[in-house]
Ligand binder design. Structure first.
Ligand code: C2G
Length: 769
C-alpha cells in the first residue's frame, strides 16, 4: 500500500465527504487507503460507497483534530501518509503523478491553493487552461522565490498508471501537473518555513513518523499540527515542494456561522499560537530549524501582533495575551530580534522583561504611526479619514442634520430621495439636508437653501458623516463608520430579495472573503431597516441575521411615485425631458449584474445579449427601447448605431421615473420587477443564462418557474414574439400577476414614505402588520 490518506472529520464536514470521495477516485491510483476519523455521528453515518480501495471510518481518540489525526497515524498501513482535510481537494491525477517524487523525499508539500471560491472554480480554470500560478489576491501574494526549481524525470504519461478515462479532462490536468519542484534543506527553508507548519497538503513517509514518534497535540485545536510537523522537520533530511499548486484549500467566508479555526478571535488565536510555539520550539534539536521558526514567528509578530492587541483585543484579554508573548520570547536568545526594526526590538525587549504596560503603550504608538503613514500614502482618502477618527467624531452631533446616500453616491434616487423630498415638503425649515455624491458622478441634487452636497470621502463628507443625527442610506455604510450615541441610522436597502443574499450565499467569487463578517458588523449599526413586503421581512431575518422588531414594515418609499395621483402628468413630462416621441410605446430593458463577469472589485462587465438590431427592425415602428444597465456595470454600451430606437439611460438618476414612462419591462434576475409590478404592466424575463445563474452563481428565493408574473424567455426570438403578442401574454399571466401582487405589493399604497418618516423622525410606533 503506497498511500494512507488521513482525513479528520467534524460534524459539519460529514456532508462534504461524497465530493472528496469523487475527488480521490480521480487520483489515478488505487494503491491507497482512505482513513476518515471523527466522532460518533460520523461512525453512525451510512455512506454506502462503491470503492476500488479500502475506506475505514474510525472514531478519534479525542474529539479534537489532533486526536483524529493521531488515530489516523496509528491505523495507517501505507508507506506514505497524505493529509487531506474534509473540505479540501487535490487536483485529479496528483497522487499517481508525483509518486516518484514522494519516493525520493521524506516530506513533500503539495503546495496549497487557498481560495474562497468553490474548488470547482479552480479545477474548471485548469480544464479551460486559464489557471496560472498566481494566488488569488487575498490568498496572500507569494514572496519572490530565490530558489531554483528542479525537474524530475517523471515516468512518461502513458507509463504512469493514470487511468485517463477515469479522470474527466485528464489531459488538461496532466498539463497542469508539471514535473517542477523545489528542494529544501535546513539551509534554505527560512522564507518558506511557514508553508511547512500546517499539515494539510503534506505527504510524509510513515517510516519517519514511526522512527521519530511524531504525534499531534490534542490539546490545541488550532495549532496542534505544529507538534507533528516540527518534529518531522527536525529529523527530515529531504524535503520537496511542488511548484504547481495541487492542494486546493477551500476557506470559508462565513466567520459568523461557520468559522474556520483560523477565524477565532484575535486573543484566542494568538494565545494558542504562542503556546504551541513555546512548547514545541524548545524541543527542537536542529539549531537551524529553531532559527527559521523563530525568524518567522518574529516577523509575524512584528507585522500583525501590535495592531491586533491594540485594536482587536478587549482590556480583559490584553494582559493574558501579552503574558503569553513574554513566555514565548523568553525561550528565544536575546539577539533573535536583530533583524527587526528599532521600535519593534525595543517593544519586544520590554515584553521579554515583563514590562508589558510600557510595551503596550509603545505598541499603541507604532500602530498610530503606521496608520498615519498609510493615511498619507493613500492619496486623498487617508487624511479626511484620520480627521474623522480623531477630530470630527469628537464634535457634538447636530440634532436636525440628515445625511443621504443612494447607490454609493452615484444617483439622486431610491428611497432616500423620496424620504428627503417628503421631509422638505412636510417639515420646511426644520432639517438641514446633506447629499453624498460620488467623485465624478453626474448627480442632479436639487438646489435648495437647506440642502448641500458633499463629495464622498472628502473632508466635508467625513465631517457630516460624523455629526449628522440621521443617516439615510440604501446600501452599506463604510466599515470605518462610527455610530454616535443617540444618532439614528436608517437603512432603506434597495430591493426585494430575489437572488440569495449574504448569509444565504455560498462562497462567492467576487465578494471580499470577510464579506459576511463585515456585513454583519455593519448591519448591527442599523437602527431601522425598511422592508417592502412580508416576504422581505422573512428573508432578511436569515439572509442578514437582522432582528424583525427593527424592520419597518412600510412598503418602499421609492414606489410611492408609482401610485402618485399625478403620475400621468409626470409620465408625459419625463418622456418629453428624454426626447422620447409621445406616440411611441416604451420597452425598458433593465438587467442585473453577474457575479462571475468582472474586471476588478465592484467593476462588472455586461455583455448585451439582446439583439437590438432585430428588435429595431421588427418593433421599431411602434416602440423605442430604453436601456438601463445596473449601477455595478462599468462598461458603457455603445448604442450610437441604433439611431432613435435606443435611449441609453444607464446613468439616469432614478429608475422609478423610467418605470413610469415604460409600457413593458424586460429584466432578468434584478429586483426591479417587484417594483415595476406596482404599475401592473407586462413583465418579460430575458434569462439567456438561467441554468448557470440559478445553480452556479446564486440561487433564488422564488420559484422562478411558478412565482413570476411573466414568462421566462431564453432567446431573442421568444422575446420578440412575446412583445408582438403582448396582450396574449398579459391574459395568460393574469392570475399569476394577481397572486404576485398580493404577495409582494400589498403594502404599496403610495404612503410608504409617510410611514417611514413617522417611525424614524417622529418616534411613532412601527406600522402594524
Ligand atoms: N437597478 C437599476 N437598474 C438596473 C438594475 C437595478 O437602477 N438595471 C436598481 C433598482 O432600484 C434595483 C436595485 O438597483 O431595485 C437593485 O438591483 P438588483 O438588480 O436587484 O441587484 P443588487 O444590486 O444585487 O440588489 O435585495 C436587493 C437585491 O437583491 C440586491
Amino acid at each position: 500500500m503506497k498511500y494512507s490518506i488521513i482525513t479528520p472529520v467534524k460534524t459539519a464536514d460529514i456532508s462534504k465527504l461524497p465530493l472528496l470521495k469523487e475527488n480521490l477516485d480521480k487520483q489515478g491510483t488505487n494503491d491507497i487507503e482512505w482513513l476518515l476519523i471523527g466522532n460518533q455521528e460520523l461512525i453512525n453515518t451510512n455512506f454506502d460507497w462503491q470503492s476500488d480501495y479500502p475506506i475505514h471510518v474510525l472514531k478519534g481518540v479525542t474529539d479534537t483534530v489532533g486526536g483524529a489525526r493521531n488515530t489516523g497515524l496509528d491505523a495507517a498501513v501505507g508507506d506514505y501518509l497524505v493529509f487531506v482535510d474534509a473540505d479540501d481537494f487535490l487536483v485529479p491525477g496528483t497522487l499517481a503523478k508525483y509518486l516518484p517524487i514522494v519516493e525520493q523525499f521524506q516530506l513533500l508539500n503539495l503546495c496549497q491553493y487557498p481560495t474562497y471560491e468553490p474548488a470547482s472554480s479552480f479545477l474548471t480554470s485548469i480544464i479551460s487552461n486559464e489557471a496560472n500560478d498566481n494566488l488569488p489576491d487575498w490568498g496572500g501574494r507569494g514572496r519572490k522565490k530565490h530558489v531554483d526549481w528542479h525537474q524530475l524525470n517523471l515516468l512518461s504519461d502513458n507509463q504512469v498508471a493514470i487511468a485517463d478515462s477515469k479522470i474527466a479532462n485528464g489531459k488538461n490536468y496532466q498539463q497542469w501537473l508539471t514535473n517542477k519542484y523545489t528542494v529544501f534543506s535546513q539551509d534554505n527553508w527560512d522564507y518558506a518555513i511557514h508553508n511547512f507548519l500546517p499539515v494539510a497538503g503534506k505527504i510524509v513517509s510513515r517510516q519517519l513518523v514511526l522512527d521519530t514518534n511524531s504525534r499531534f497535540d490534542e490539546g490545541n485545536q488550532q495549532y496542534g499540527d505544529y507538534q507533528f510537523t516540527l518534529s518531522i522537520l527536525d529529523h527530515c533530511q529531504t524535503i520537496a515542494q511542488l511548484v504547481r499548486r495541487t492542494y486546493i484549500k477551500e476557506r470559508h467566508n462565513d466567520p459568523i456561522n461557520d468559522p474556520s479555526v483560523t477565524q477565532a478571535s484575535f486573543a484566542e488565536n494568538w494565545q494558542n499560537w504562542l503556546t504551541e510555539l513555546t512548547t514545541e520550539v524548545s524541543k527542537l534539536t536542529s539549531p537551524k530549524l529553531k532559527a527559521a521558526v523563530d525568524g518567522y514567528a518574529l516577523r509575524r509578530i512584528h507585522r500583525f501582533f501590535y495592531k491586533g492587541v491594540v485594536s482587536e483585543t478587549s482590556a480583559e484579554e490584553q494582559p493574558e495575551v501579552l503574558n503569553r508573548l513574554t513566555t514565548y520570547l523568553q525561550t528565544l536568545p536575546a539577539e533573535a530580534t536583530h533583524n527587526l526594526g528599532r521600535t519593534s526590538r525595543s517593544i519586544l525587549k520590554k515584553v521579554r522583561d515583563g514590562r508589558n504596560v510600557s510595551a503596550y503603550r509603545q505598541m499603541k504608538r507604532i500602530v498610530s504611526l503606521r496608520y498615519l503613514k498609510r493615511a498619507f500614502l493613500k492619496h486623498g482618502r487617508g487624511l479626511p479619514r484620520a480627521m474623522y477618527q480623531t477630530v470630527f467624531t469628537k464634535l457634538p452631533v447636530k440634532k436636525n442634520l440628515v445625511i443621504y446616500e443612494s447607490f454609493l453616491g452615484r444617483n439622486y434616487s431610491d428611497s432616500p430621495k423620496y424620504i428627503y423630498e417628503y421631509l422638505r415638503k412636510n417639515f420646511p425649515g426644520k432639517y438641514k439636508h446633506v447629499w453624498i455624491v460620488a467623485k465624478g458622478a453626474d448627480v442632479n441634487i436639487p438646489k435648495h437653501k437647506d440642502t448641500i452636497t458633499v463629495r464622498r470621502f472628502s473632508f466635508r463628507y467625513m465631517y457630516y458623516m460624523a455629526v449628522s443625527n440621521y443617516q439615510v442610506i440604501n446600501m452599506r455604510q463604510p466599515q470605518w463608520f462610527q455610530k454616535r450615541p443617540g444618532a439614528k441610522f436608517l437603512s432603506t436597502w434597495h430591493g426585494t430579495p430575489l437572488k440569495h443574499l449574504v448569509f444565504d450565499m455560498d462562497n462567492v467569487a467576487s465578494a471580499n472573503p470577510l464579506y459576511k463578517q463585515i456585513f454583519y458588523k455593519q448591519s448591527r449599526q442599523w437602527d431601522y431597516l425598511v422592508t417592502a413586503n412580508q416576504f422581505s421581512v422573512d428573508v432578511f431575518k436569515h439572509a442578514f441575521m437582522y432582528p424583525e422588531d427593527k424592520m419597518i414594515k412600510s412598503g418602499y418609499p421609492r414606489n410611492d411615485i408609482l401610485n402618485a395621483p399625478d403620475k400621468d402628468e409626470r409620465q408625459a413630462q419625463i418622456k418629453a425631458k428624454l426626447h422620447i416621441p409621445a406616440d411611441k410605446k416604451v420597452i425598458l430593458y433593465a438587467p442585473t449584474w453577474r457575479d462571475d463577469e468582472y474586471y476588478g472589485v465592484g467593476q462588472y462587465k455586461f455583455d448585451l445579449k439582446l439583439d437590438i438590431l432585430r428588435l429595431k427592425r421588427e418593433l421599431g415602428d411602434d416602440y423605442v427601447l430604453v436601456l438601463r444597465t445596473h449601477y455595478f456595470i462599468a462598461d458603457h454600451l455603445d448604442t450610437s448605431g441604433f439611431g432613435d430606437f435606443v435611449f441609453n439611460e444607464s446613468s439616469y438618476d432614478d429608475i422609478a421615473e423610467l418605470y413610469l414612462i415604460s409600457d413593458i419591462l424586460i429584466t432578468d434576475y434584478s429586483s426591479v420587477f417587484f417594483d415595476y409590478a406596482v404599475l401592473k404592466r407586462p413583465i418579460l424575463y430575458f434569462v439567456y443564462d438561467y441554468e448557470k445563474y440559478a445553480s452556479v452563481l446564486r440561487g433564488f428565493y422564488l420559484n422562478m418557474d411558478k412565482d413570476l408574473p411573466g414568462p421566462l424567455l431564453k432567446t431573442n426570438d421568444e422575446v420578440i414574439n412575446a412583445i408582438k403578442h403582448i396582450d396574449g401574454v398579459t391574459a395568460e399571466y393574469h392570475d399569476r400577476y394577481q397572486a404576485f401582487s398580493n404577495r409582494f405589493n400589498n403594502w404599496e399604497d403610495g404612503h410608504a414614505t409617510e410611514r417611514v418618516v413617522n417611525t424614524v423622525f417622529l418616534d411613532q410606533p412601527m406600522p402594524k402588520r
